[in-house]
Write a new protein. Sequence first.
Length: 381
Amino acid sequence: MTNPEIRPFRIDIPQADLDDLRDRIARTRWSGDIPGAGWSRGVPVAYLKGLADYWADGYDWRGAEARLNEFPQFTTEIDGQDIHFLHVRSPHADATPLLLLHEWPTSVVAFLDLIEPLTNPADPADAFHVVVPSLPGIAFSGPIREAGWTYGRTAGAFATLMERLGYASYGVQGAGGGAFIAADLGRQDTAHVLGIHVNALLAFPSGDPAEFAGLTEVEQERLARLQNFRDDMMGFAQIQSTRPQTVAYGLHDSPVGQLAWIVEKFKEWTDTGAELPEDAVDRDHILTTVSLYWFTGTAGSAAHLYYENAHDVNGWGPKDPGTVPTGVAVATPTDITVRRFADRDHNITHWTELERGGAFLSMEQPELLVEDVRTFFRSLR
């Protein structure tokens, strides 16, 4: 890497920060809960106490840190913001560059299990050079320094990043919020984006009654999930989209508060067949993600990203349909994506329905996601 704008980076959290984390967990002022409520009102106290105890005395941050440092990492300033990213080149020189985009409340950890199979596959034709940035405002790309970091602005920053790395063309994979950014990249950088692969895609009805004619039973079920999400699972988004500064104080000061805020999503957004979050995603992966938010002090910064997107008039206004070839992986136990709504907004050339997984597919079912990414990009060759 010879570009002077790109600086090598290595994670090295001071021991004092680890000691402070353990001390804060030990001094937690625990709330009670309603007997028998389970997860219906949020994270049960007994479960959270057990997870917090493990975070303090069983979880190995230094081991997680070492694993992250196995991958080449860098930072660069784009549009006034430091951007942190992993950049792992395939041993196959003509591999396809691929930008992997996480969402809140995940991090670059979401893609760790994808890097080796994507960069060094059995068939060299399936090889990718992988770039995994931390979203602006999250982990080592944070905190944000100013207002205005919408999906569109983030897409522009990542287009600059790929240009700065010397990639004349590239593919994109994104989940949830990362899928929104991927779609914006396709619109902003059409000349250079080969194709977009997404999962946990959100596609909403336009309000035209004709869109609801002839919906299949499966599509009706997904619409019901969407309505339930809006009615019963949007509290986090309402708070972060309207008063991110207020919630930031608690998230920044209490590791257990931040742990609950994030682990709830690993319960609600993963495969419905998983009884507990760690039944869907490795417990240490979850805690590495929470630790990154904690040690970098970016839980509040990440909350502000919801505010930016909720108040972005351009982001929610009418857009021309995307023209870049798009592949969609649908996790059937949890996803709310209805094909006709997605077709309206994207140039979908590949659609796969997976019987397992949830929104965090790269952590829940990495093998299935890798194979679907390979299949999609093969179709573009």
